[in-house]
Design a binder for this molecule. Structure first.
Ligand SMILES: C[S@@+](CC[C@H](N)C(=O)[O-])C[C@H]1O[C@@H](n2cnc3c(N)ncnc32)[C@H](O)[C@@H]1O
Length: 185
């Protein structure tokens, strides 16, 4: 990774305090799809680029064993400090080298993180560690929220919502072109 934005201890502690978990709609998409591919109980999930654990904790009701990995020691320190669930562990390691055996993982997740990875190497690693019929979920989300700061809350919220709207249009257009291309091919 060329840029390392998640290394500071203060940054990591703010992450732990303020970052939300992925929305229920996204969780439902992932676990409904899992249900179509594998039978319960699910064994082992790895959340890569887990940060302080918000995207890792959503896996707890579903898996017997969960590992969160991140390249940033500060993020992993915060995730470990907040962890009181015995079957969840955290490890400092790059997405491109996950410290688990081959064919051992039922689900690999990467929430708001895969854009930082060396993606070709990551896919190779996922290929190595996933069990047959295992799943990879790469996802992100744009929260619908208000921004509060002194007497500028209204203006900041307006700016935030406009940027989110433009991003959705851009992503929609990209997705549309991609689907069209696939249809043509
Ligand atoms: C935007 S945060 C998302 C954290 C968490 N998944 C969440 O949704 O709250 C991106 C995380 O990816 C991690 N990261 C970036 N490049 C990585 C890499 N090559 N291997 C593992 N983690 C990486 C960063 O350290 C950071 O914690």
């Amino acid at each position: 990774m060329a840029t390392r934005l998640f290394e500071g201890k203060t940054h990591a502690s703010y992450y732990q305090k303020y970052r939300f978990s992925p929305p229920q709609e996204v969780q439902d998409l992932i676990f409904n799809y899992m249900g179509e591919r594998l039978s319960k109980p699910y064994g082992f999930a790895v959340d890569v680029g887990c940060g302080t654990g918000q995207s890792t904790r959503i896996l707890v009701p579903y898996f017997e064993k969960i590992l969160g990995t991140d390249i940033s020691p500060a993020q992993i320190e915060e995730a470990s400090k907040a962890n009181d669930i015995p079957n969840v562990t955290y490890s400092v390691s790059p997405a491109e080298e996950v410290p688990v055996d081959e064919c051992s993982v039922d689900l690999v997740t990467a929430c708001a993180a895969a854009h930082w990875f060396s993606i070709e190497k990551f896919y190779k690693e996922v290929d190595r560690i996933l069990k047959p019929r295992g799943c990879l979920a790469i996802f992100t989300y744009i929260p619908d929220m208000e921004v509060h700061y002194k007497d500028r809350s209204e203006q900041l919220t307006k700016v935030f919502k406009e940027v989110s709207r433009q991003l959705r249009i851009l992503l929609g257009a990209l997705y549309g072109s991609f689907s069209l291309l696939l249809n043509i091919l």
